[in-house]
Design a protein. Structure first.
Length: 273
């Protein structure tokens, strides 16, 4: 299998090293990663400045490795649309292993999840992988990488849905202490919203985001509750954001019989006056 790996923590991060090293034992691994940390970059792309791309010597078992000045989303788009040759295009895109959780609605800010989403938008099966802890102990990244290696063959048995990624979060535990795997839905918020008001040496006020892990109860079946119960969470997440269930009500109220003429523009009007 050919795998394109990226992340939002940068090419030097422990998580991406562990993932490359483990998966390259069985697969052809290609890497396009940011040249520095781009955490919480969300799904941003670079439009108004040049993207610098440098190919490095292969490392950790990868076939080829590039670093770029771009965002996580840039990495996948560049890899698939620019730098990889035809015979190197991936069978699957994997983003991670992220240093820290990507759970609940906080995935909206995640560069790791957005990196995988870019792969899905380009019609490639894509996975985002995160270690749900801020630990730097490489042992737990190795456990997570080994889980991904064992999980990949099982993907062949499912019809991987279009416009969808699998968002995986693992607890920071030894393999024997993990309580199992759970297919989950997204929870609510993993962190509280708070800002510290500070004053710089010149007397100017600034704010520092200082959210903490929330202790709010999560219903069973969510990614947050699964990780808290020492289970690996696998959540299918789609970028298909159309709220289809309300379309009929909107049509009935605002566009009766397919004509939305309440605003003064009937179906026969081709231009606004």
């Amino acid at each position: 299998m050919r795998i394109l790996i990226s992340n939002d923590d940068g090419i030097a991060a422990t998580g991406i090293k562990a993932l490359i090293s483990r998966l390259s034992q069985e697969h052809d691994v290609y890497v396009v990663a940011p040249d520095r940390e781009r955490s919480a970059a969300g799904h941003s792309l670079t439009l108004h400045t040049p993207l610098r791309v440098e190919e490095l010597e292969p490392q950790y078992g990868a076939k080829r490795v590039w670093v770029t000045s771009g965002t996580p989303g840039d990495c996948i788009k560049l890899g698939i649309c620019a730098v990889l040759e035809q015979g190197e295009l991936p069978n699957i895109v994997i983003s991670g292993i992220n240093h820290g959780p990507n759970l609940g609605t906080d995935i909206l800010y995640s560069g790791t999840v957005s990196c995988a989403m870019e792969g899905a938008m380009l019609d490639y099966p894509s996975i985002a992988v995160s270690l749900a802890s801020m630990t730097s102990d490489p042992t737990y990244f190795d456990v997570t990488a080994d889980f991904v290696a064992k999980f990949l063959p099982k993907i062949k048995k499912i019809n991987f849905p279009k416009k969808t990624i699998l968002n995986i979060n693992t607890p920071a535990l030894e393999e024997e202490d993990i309580a199992g795997v759970e297919i989950t839905k997204l929870g609510t918020k993993m962190f509280t919203d708070s800002y510290e008001k500070r004053i710089d040496p010149r007397g100017k006020i600034y704010y520092w985001m200082a959210g903490e892990l929330t202790t709010k109860h999560e219903e069973d079946g969510t990614d947050i509750s699964a990780v808290r119960a020492n289970r690996i969470s696998i959540t299918p997440v789609t970028f298909e954001m159309t709220h289809k269930s309300i379309m009929a009500d909107l049509e009935k109220e605002f566009c009766k019989d397919g004509i939305c003429d309440w605003y003064g523009y009937g179906s026969n009007n081709s231009q606004r006056s």
